[in-house]
Design a protein around this ligand. Structure first.
Ligand code: ATP
Ligand code: MG
Length: 734
């Protein structure tokens, strides 16, 4: 009994109520950092220990694989037993598990492969090309999101009504063709995983009954971000009889653009019988300064379900706002501050830099590298999405499934082996006309000699290579298979011969793939392989790679600053948080500024960002930003104005006397310096390139002081950043 009550230790009354409530439907509706995820984990432990639920009877749904792993670890710590086989995972991984187990009933080939959104886009592009459809009228990304959108709503092509609209009809036709290609290649995209598993359960009453019987309780985290299909999936799986505990926060719904429906929270309350609703209002994560700011911000949204957060914790430091005059300056401020923090004894992994768009990371990364601060990008340049890794995976997929057209196209000429686009085009046409896979078309072409000469030789060599790889790797362990494939295919040599760091990094990544395979077979992965040999292990590994694209764990425990988009920061917390690029057009993103609904979603995203911070929060913006190759003047985000002044503090750099308030490249520094008679000084501007007789060439980053004390900070290539007195420095504008 001691164990049971221990689960309720360190919980407030509302949390205790939620954890120990009798089985039945329950909604925990609460703001950020109020312990929702913690309640969910403790509830699972409670159900097992106090209610005697078997670990096999629990289904836990999380939003990311990382969250799933964390949940498992926390549970194991609470219960003191190993829980490798509990069903805790993302919707995708659980759906995948169902499809893999019941592939025949799901009408899938045994070795079906998961494709990510990159592959999906590539497939769409090829379809458009094959059918000579104007990709300006039908932009590939739009077609892709149409297809995903249909799947998220649970619609198959024949269920979409075009209402006589020719444009829509064309979209539907594309969806249908896309679907055909996937079927032929045994390919399953993310939306398909869910839709297919829903159909599997729906069309197989015996199977459905089995799972409804098996699961005694279903628990879902981040419920506000479920979409229509996921909601329907849960409804079907539980038959509205298996009790469910769902936790969520309407203020943190940030995936509306991907089909998530906040209304699902209300629907759940109404549709599922006898739902008990528990609210948690005490926040355990952040200082009250941070919390006040977050509360004030989110009050600007309409139609909220209404929650306030309070904390017993300290007021803490105010939120620091830094206005850089350009993105470089912003990045430099962030990295300098991080270095100070680290010197004060804070671990780098306790610090996160969050941003709205992936593209923002580059300048930040470069500054971190320049200053030698280790960092990692979480969910950004995903390990399994890197070019070289995808190429290697494509070879591996071909070993399992020759009809995987996407993979074949990917590597047929990588490394270059003399198969030109013309030859590939010929194969494509043939495949389309005879309705076979590219692999089949390739063999047919060789047989009837429609492929001739050098092209035929090259194509034959490729086909032989694949067969040889398959033969040679039979019976090898997974990591040996991968090692053999990347060597024999010539992939690793291809990158070795590339010049510079990029090639080196690619070689390292390929080697890392072998390491990842070893870890996989040793069961360190999310879903341990059932029988870990040869093709079975390879199949499991490839699925894992597709599902896991996003969090490669090797670096998890290293002391690195964490970089990620605001979206991927959901559910996480860090002692020190920087949010960069808090500017109109960037955050809120310009795509969302016209529509009130989307603007509110951006505000929720900002709320998510603010509430990631435990002790110290920095908001930074730049007045001049180079993004997507263009330089633009930026205004501070409206979100900054929505924060109460008393929670903010503007950062002024130490010793800085008169940093130009509105730095514009057109305003020369000479204007300031000439006040005290520095008129003979060259006219310089921020961001300008200059040369120095000793340090060489560099860029002006910052300026301060006036007259004879006027100084500029210059970032010299190879020499680092230096402050120079303008009167002495002999800087020449370039
Ligand atoms: P989010 O909405 O961001 O997902 P959440 O509601 O899921 O947040 P948790 O991540 O579960 O919140 O909890 C936030 C932090 O507060 C965690 O560090 C957690 O351990 C801590 N915490 C939660 N409840 C308590 C409590 N009763 N006593 C002490 N610490 C707590
Ligand atoms: Mg949470």
């Amino acid at each position: 009994m001691d164990d049971v009550t221990a689960i309720l230790d360190h919980m407030n009354p509302a949390q205790r109520e939620a954890v120990s409530a009798p089985q039945g439907n329950m909604l925990v509706l609460a703001g950020a950092g109020s312990g929702k995820t913690r309640v969910l984990v403790h509830r699972i432990a409670w159900l097992m220990q106090a209610e005697g639920l078997s670990p096999y009877a629990v289904l836990g749904v999380t939003f990311t694989n990382k969250a799933a792993r964390e949940m498992r670890t926390r549970l194991e710590a609470l219960l003191g037993i190993s829980l490798r086989n509990v069903w805790v995972g993302t919707f995708h991984s659980i759906a995948h598990r169902l499809l893999r187990t019941h592939w025949q009933d799901a009408r899938l080939p045994q070795h079906f492969q998961i494709i990510d959104s990159d592959d999906q886009l590539r497939l769409v592009k090829r379809l458009l090309k094959d059918h000579r459809i104007d990709d300006e009228r039908f932009p590939p990304r739009q077609v892709q999101s149409f297809i995903s959108g249909c799947k998220e709503e649970g619609l198959r092509p024949h269920q979409v009504d075009a209402h006589g609209d020719a444009y829509l009809a064309q979209m539907v036709e594309l969806y249908e063709r896309y679907q055909l290609t996937c079927e032929r290649g045994g390919l399953v995209d993310f939306g398909e995983l869910l839709l297919r598993s829903l159909e599997l359960l729906r069309d197989n009453p015996a199977l459905l009954a089995h799972y409804q019987e098996r699961f005694g309780h279903v628990l879902v985290d981040e419920f506000q971000d479920t979409n229509t299909l996921q909601y329907a999936w849960l409804k079907l799986l539980t038959g509205m009889k298996t009790p469910m505990t769902v936790v969520g926060d309407d203020d943190q719904s940030i995936y509306g653009w991907r089909g998530a429906r906040i209304e699902n929270i209300r629907r759940f309350e109404q549709e599922f019988p006898a739902t008990r609703t528990v609210r948690l209002e005490q926040n355990y994560r952040s200082t009250s300064a941070i919390l006040d700011a977050a509360n004030a911000l989110i009050r600007h949204n309409a139609g909220r379900m209404g929650k306030e957060l309070w904390t017993e914790g300290a007021r803490g430091e105010p939120i620091s706002v830094y206005s850089g005059f350009n993105d470089l300056d912003e990045a430099r401020f962030i990295v300098d501050t991080i270095r100070e923090k680290v010197e004060e004894g804070i671990n780098r992994r306790e610090i996160a830099i969050l941003y709205r768009s992936n593209a923002q990371s580059r300048v930040l990364e470069e500054t971190l590298i320049r200053q030698g601060v280790p960092y990692r990008i979480y969910g950004g340049q995903r390990f399994y999405e890197r070019l070289e890794i995808k190429n290697a995976l494509a070879y591996l997929r071909l070993l399992l499934n020759r009809d995987d057209d996407a993979s074949l196209e990917r590597v047929i000429n990588v490394p270059a082996r003399g198969i030109g686009t013309r030859t590939v085009e010929v194969l494509r046409t043939r495949a389309r006309q005879t309705e076979v896979s590219l692999w089949q078309a390739l063999h047919d072409g060789l047989l009837d000699a429609s492929l001739k000469g050098r092209a035929a030789t090259a194509v034959r060599a490729f086909a032989d290579l694949i067969e040889r790889l398959d033969n040679d790797t039979a019976g090898l362990a997974l990591h040996e298979i991968i090692d053999h494939v990347i060597e024999t295919s010539g992939l690793i040599e291809h990158h070795r011969s590339e010049k510079g760091e990029k090639g080196q990094a690619r070689v390292e990544n390929l080697e890392e793939l072998v390491t990842a395979a070893k870890a996989f077979t040793q069961g360190e992965a999310f879903e341990p392989p059932e029988a870990g040999e040869g093709a079975v292990a390879l199949e499991g590994f490839l699925s894992e790679a597709a599902l896991n694209a996003g969090d490669h764990e090797a670096e998890e425990f290293e002391d690195c600053v964490q970089l990620m988009t605001l979206h991927s920061a959901k559910g996480l917390e860090f002692p020190v948080v920087f949010i960069a690029g808090v500017e109109e057009g960037l955050f809120p993103h310009k795509m969302s500024m016209e529509e009130p609904g989307r603007l509110e979603e951006e505000r929720r995203l900002c709320y998510v960002g603010l509430t990631r911070a435990m002790r110290k929060l920095y908001l930074t913006h730049a007045e001049l930003r180079r993004l997507h190759g263009k330089e633009t003047f930026q205004r501070a985000s409206r979100f900054l104005r929505e924060l109460p002044e008393e929670t903010l503090e503007e950062v002024r750099l130490r010793g800085q006397i008169s940093r130009p308030v509105t730095a514009r490249p057109a305003v020369g520094l000479s204007r300031q310096t000439s006040v005290d008679g520095g008129g003979e000084l060259p006219s310089l501007s921020l961001g300008q390139r200059v040369s120095h007789p000793v340090f060489g060439e560099g860029v002006i980053l910052n300026a301060e002081g006036e007259g004879e004390r006027a100084r500029v900070q210059v970032s010299f290539e190879g020499e680092g950043d230096k402050w120079l007195v303008l009167g002495f420095a002999k800087l020449k504008p370039l």
